[in-house]
Write a protein that binds this ligand. Structure first.
Ligand SMILES: [Zn+2]
Length: 309
């Protein structure tokens, strides 16, 4: 892949050039690890469309005069028009919940439209056409304006720890051959119902939400795993056994709780609490890279040992 990249603002500058060229093209060479740039506009979370292109490994072409941004891969062209409530997928109309908007000269797509409409259409084609692997949706808890549990004294936020473990777990599961999707890969806010909706839309086989705990009783420590249905219970037991054992944590058990993300997902779903950041000694471990890697390995082992139906 070509390494050279152009920034959107760089190209907007070029647009001021005189001449008979009425429009210009911007080409961004994408890679799958590129981060999504998010921004809350009018209370609604949005993604910069150029960063969506990079994230999906597509080339982005922005035509300022016609206000069209195209994302293109070998087989697929997505054509978004600023202020329009639909986009074209290979010349066919697909409706969006919210129009694409322009902010500071850059087109933005609502996060909900990305998660629930655009990504589910595109992601399966980056995978093998015949679905052979189990598909797992990982859900790093909290994010963006919702920090989760935090300890201001040591500037520790649950949302950061949860993402660290989830990203490590993603790598583990990918190397095991599973298909893995995350509800968020960056520090963005995503409402609970959208997390479950994303898993359902992606037809996930398993859903694993990653969290860390906190309580006023600072002596409380240990791992606990929640489920809301019979299928989730079996998965919770399998994961919890590995997590408490491999991380050598106090075993607080597998517990029933009707959390929104567990109730609204159609597949077996669990919520893993990887330790209490309100407990000094557990907090000291949770922040280390080695603990986060071990926790991810343990959860991956639990998923591997789960009796798939
Ligand atoms: Zn949490």
């Amino acid at each position: 892949m070509r390494a050279r990249r152009y920034s959107l603002s760089h190209c907007l500058m070029l647009s001021a050039l005189p001449g008979r060229v009425l429009f210009f093209l911007l080409v961004l060479v994408g890679n799958l690890s590129a981060e999504l740039k998010s921004r809350t506009l009018g209370g609604v979370p949005y993604y910069d469309l150029a960063s969506v292109g990079r994230n999906l490994g597509m080339r982005a072409t922005w035509t300022k005069v016609s206000q069209v941004i195209e994302l293109r891969s070998q087989w697929t062209t997505l054509r978004f028009l600023v202020n329009s409530r639909y986009f074209e997928l290979n010349r066919r109309k697909v409706y969006l919940g919210k129009p694409v908007i322009l902010f500071q000269g850059r087109p933005f797509l609502s996060q909900k439209d990305y998660l629930l409409t655009v990504r589910p259409i595109l992601c399966p084609q980056t995978l093998s056409p015949k679905r052979v692997a189990h598909r797992i949706v990982l859900d790093p808890g909290h994010g963006g304006k919702d920090p989760g549990a935090q300890n201001n004294g040591v500037r520790l936020r649950e949302k950061d720890l949860a993402l660290e473990v989830a990203l490590r777990l993603k790598r583990q599961l990918l190397s095991d051959g599973y298909e893995v999707f995350l509800t968020r890969e960056t520090d963005v806010y995503i409402p609970l119902d959208q997390r479950a909706e994303f898993a359902n839309r992606m037809r996930a086989d398993l859903f694993v939400s990653i969290h860390f705990n906190a309580t006023r009783n600072t002596w409380v420590r240990g791992a606990e795993t929640f489920y809301a249905g019979a299928a989730g219970r079996q998965l919770a037991s399998s994961i919890h056994r590995e997590l408490a054992g491999k991380c050598r944590m106090k075993n607080r058990g597998v517990r029933f709780a009707r959390f929104a993300v567990l109730v609204q997902t159609k597949c077996p779903a669990v919520l893993v609490e990887c330790g209490f950041i309100s407990n000094a000694s557990e907090r000291a471990r949770c922040v280390t890279s080695s603990f986060q890697t071990t926790a991810a390995q343990a959860i991956a082992d639990g998923i591997r040992k789960y009796r798939w139906r």
